[in-house]
Design a protein. Sequence first.
Length: 117
Amino acid sequence: MRSHGYRYEEHRDGAADIDPLHRQSESIEQVASYLADCSRRFDHDISMLFDAVRRNPEHRAEATIQVACLQRSGVVSADYTERRWRSEQADDRFSFEQWSPEATQCRLDPLGLGRQG
């Protein structure tokens, strides 16, 4: 909002303050359009970051959590390794059905923290 000349502060209760930085006076519709523009530009990145933290809050290695999940789900055998997963991931060619419900669930929620595909 600063690029449009406004200070925006959101409070814990959901209320927000929007104050002009340069004493400008614009219609509520114009200010709302600035807010919508900021949301469009930044929400995608914030949502991706939120999802990344939610699915792996301890920031464990992706290969480690993926292989463990795939093994637990019966998608791959116990001898399937992290090294093999990384190689297949890099080539985007997996030796298992990557779009099966179980593999998809591992991609979305490898630690089983509650996200359903």
